[in-house]
Write a protein that binds this ligand. Structure first.
Ligand code: SAH
Length: 500
């Protein structure tokens, strides 16, 4: 499958005005001048749930929701765009904010488009699908501006903030589909939950998914129905199949299929596997994960192979990675490569360098860079991922990389104190950002080459307050990993202040 392949230069938006359109955030609002998150609260504003009023939208908040002011109180309106005038209905009144929904748009933004996905405003994952893609990319740069403005790390107002690198086709990029399966009364559904509800939309068309994953889900749904396989009923906490996970390799097109089950056994699995083999030759491995009871976690601890290959293989920057069902891999293969290439070009590595791959997952970053440096060490808290990283090193005949189980905040200082001093450091933390102890150690030892890959502009800006005591931000490159959603990702190049 090559739907996501993107050989040409990725689409890159120009400045904030595109095609002669107005800046998406509105004429009067300049996020650098006004308080990014300042909430003009005035207690005692007379407003009730259910009340309607017209509202002018000034800007977008960090979750992609429209923001306007009613009697100087901040109002969040999902789905409304800057410059629009909407009649809204209040859904929630809180001391610090009002939430409302759009009843009618009176004046439409030129950046408004019709979402491709029918359920875009009901299920999660399509927070920006009603905007042109150019406006989405500009929004992602502005999310960063808002975060920097809030935390104000040293020199923030003059940082080189590079225009978001987008995708040529900002759809079909999700290589994994993870859909709950439920029996509700007599009805059988495989789908997506509506926001803050238990209402399941039955197999909507999802344009952001790789079509191979959706084809597999639809076929599996038919087979489960035809073969009367036991389906989970949440009310009764009975039945077997709870969730279907289909993951496609961008490189080979192979699909790895996992049934998450409520029961230890899997009645009817032999016939089901035979039927899958016949209908879906692209499925190369079938697994069962046991996760009993009512739980909000998708995966249980135990995974067994029912049939086929143990892994699917993915190629990242010329290296091969074997992925077992639970092994983490970025959802967007095309943009993941863009992120890694950005990290590489920011680092200027030499063969003398010792590189630390912190928050390493299955080692994709460190192993991609191993042949450019003397030695790689990485760390990660999930033991299986560390095993995978070391296996991946072997498969690729990489002998200068080694991964350990542990937190970055423990192992990085430990290695340094043992005399193994990093010349280059890549951090790729989860949304919570860097631990204080890690920041302290970075400031103390100051690796010469330092790249921060972040998936949360807010914790990045917070961490930069500390890091800029010793480092200068050369630039921040935003990269759109999740088109149609409000999620931000970026690569920061940092250089030592005393480094001349
Ligand atoms: N670099 C990888 C994974 C990034 S996701 C990639 O590009 O694919 C962040 C990873 O950090 C997760 O795998 C998570 O398990 C791990 N992690 C979370 N907290 C950690 C900590 N304190 N120290 C080290 N790793 C941590």
């Amino acid at each position: 499958m090559t739907e996501n392949s993107n050989k040409k230069r990725p689409y890159q938006q120009k400045a904030r005005t595109t095609n002669g359109q107005k800046p998406y955030y509105g004429k009067k609002f300049d996020p650098r001048k006004q308080g990014g998150h300042s909430q003009k609260t005035s207690e005692g504003v007379d407003v009730r749930v259910g009340q309607n009023f017209p509202l002018t939208i000034k800007r977008l908040g960090i979750n992609g929701e429209g923001i306007g002011y009613f009697k100087r109180k901040i109002v969040f309106v999902p789905g409304a765009l800057p410059d629009e005038v909407a009649v809204v209905k209040v859904t929630e009144v809180q001391p610090k904010y009002i939430a409302a929904k759009v009843l009618k748009i009176r004046e439409k933004s030129p950046n408004r488009v019709k979402p491709l996905d029918e359920f875009a405003d009901e299920v999660g994952g399509f927070e920006l699908e009603h905007m042109t893609y150019a406006a989405q990319l500009a929004f992602k740069k502005d999310v960063l501006v808002q975060s920097l403005e809030k935390f104000q790390p040293k020199g923030w107002s003059t940082y080189d903030l590079r225009n978001t690198i987008g995708m040529e086709n900002p759809y079909e990029y999700r290589n994994k589909a993870q859909f709950p399966v439920r029996k509700i009364g007599d009805q059988f559904r495989v789908g997506m939950y509506k926001r803050s509800s238990h209402d399941l939309v039955d197999l909507p068309v999802v344009h952001t998914q790789n079509p191979a994953t959706m084809k597999v889900l639809r076929t599996i749904r038919e087979l489960l129905d035809k073969l009367s396989v036991s389906i989970y009923n949440e009310d009764k906490n009975r039945g077997t199949v709870k969730t279907i996970v289909a993951r496609v390799s961008h490189t080979t097109g192979d699909v790895q299929l996992t049934f998450v089950t409520n029961t230890d056994g899997f009645p009817g699995d032999t016939a089901l596997i035979a039927a899958i083999n016949q209908a879906l030759p692209e499925v190369t491995g079938i697994f069962q994960n046991f996760n009993p009871g009512r739980t909000s976690l998708v995966w249980g601890d135990e995974t067994i192979k029912l049939w086929g290959k143990d892994y699917i293989e993915e190629t990242v920057m010329g290296k091969t990675f074997q992925l077992s069902p639970r092994a983490f891999m970025q959802l967007n293969h095309t943009q993941m490569s863009v992120v890694y290439k950005e990290a590489l070009s920011a680092l200027n590595l030499t063969h003398a360098d010792k590189l630390v791959d912190a928050y390493s997952g299955v080692g994709t970053i460190g192993l991609s860079l191993a042949d450019k440096v003397g030695e790689v060490r990485g760390m990660e808290i999930i033991p299986e991922a560390v095993d995978d990283a070391n296996i991946n090193a072997k498969i690729n005949h990489i002998e200068n990389a080694h991964y350990e189980i542990g937190t970055a905040e423990e192992l990085f200082p430990k290695w340094q104190s043992e005399g193994w001093l990093a010349d280059a450091l890549v951090v790729d933390p989860p949304r919570t950002g860097l631990d204080t102890a890690l920041r302290r150690e970075i400031l103390r030892t100051q690796p010469e080459k330092f790249v921060y890959i972040s998936c949360n502009a807010s914790t990045l800006a917070r961490d930069l307050v500390d890091l800029t005591k010793a480092y200068k931000v050369e630039y921040i490159q935003s990269i759109d990993m999740f088109p149609q959603t409000a999620r931000w990702e970026g690569v920061v190049k940092l250089t030592r202040r005393d480094h001349s």
